[in-house]
Design a protein around this ligand. Structure first.
Ligand code: SF4
Ligand code: SF4
Length: 159
C-alpha cells in the first residue's frame, strides 16, 4: 500500500472517531452524579429488615420470640428477651441486633415474623468504611424504620 493510501485511510479512521465523539457530545448523559443526584429505585427494591414501631404506643411490635433469628440463613439476627425483676422472660426484646455486613436481603425473617414486627427498608445508603459500623442495634433498627420508606413483601407493595 502506498503512502498516499495509508494517509487517506488514517484520515478516514480519525474522522470516524471524531464523528463518534461529536455525536456523543450532544446525547443525553446516561450517568448520574451520585450521590449529589439521588438514584431512583424500582418499586419493590428492598434493603435490610428494620423494626416496626407501634405508632400509638411507641413500642416495638417485637415479642422477642426469636422466629426471625431461627429463619435467617446466615444467622445474623441476635434476639434476647427482656428479663423482668421476677426473673421471668417478658414478651419484648432486651436486645435485637442485626449484622448487616452478612445480610442477604432475602426477606425470610420478615416472612417468619408472626407479629408484624419487621419490614424490609428501602434505605440503600447504609455503606460504611468499618465493618463494625454495619452492626445495627435495636434502637438503630427502629430509628431506620421511622425514617425510611419500607417494603412489606419480596418485590411487593409498599405500605
Ligand atoms: S433478610 Fe435474610 S439474611 Fe437478612 S436478616 Fe433477614 S433472613 Fe437474615
Ligand atoms: S421480629 Fe418478629 S419473629 Fe423476630 S423476634 Fe420479634 S416478634 Fe419474633
Amino acid at each position: 500500500m502506498g503512502l498516499v493510501n495509508q494517509l487517506a485511510r488514517t484520515a478516514v479512521t480519525m474522522a470516524k472517531g471524531h464523528l463518534v465523539t461529536l455525536r456523543e457530545l450532544f446525547r443525553k448523559p446516561m450517568t448520574i452524579h451520585y450521590p449529589d443526584e439521588p438514584v431512583p429505585h424500582p418499586t419493590g427494591f428492598r434493603s435490610i429488615p428494620v423494626l416496626k414501631v407501634n405508632e400509638e404506643s411507641g413500642k416495638l411490635n417485637c415479642t422477642a420470640c426469636g422466629l426471625c433469628a431461627r429463619s435467617c440463613p446466615p444467622a445474623i439476627i441476635f434476639v434476647e428477651s427482656y428479663i423482668g425483676e421476677d426473673g421471668r422472660r417478658k414478651q419484648w426484646p432486651a436486645k435485637f441486633d442485626l449484622d448487616l455486613s452478612r445480610c442477604m436481603v432475602c426477606n425470610l425473617c420478615v416472612e417468619a415474623c408472626p407479629f408484624d414486627a419487621l419490614e424490609m427498608s428501602e434505605d440503600a445508603e447504609l455503606s460504611a468504611y468499618a465493618i463494625e459500623d454495619l452492626y445495627f442495634t435495636m434502637d438503630e433498627l427502629a430509628a431506620l424504620w421511622k425514617t425510611s420508606r419500607s417494603v412489606r413483601i419480596a418485590g411487593g407493595q409498599k405500605v
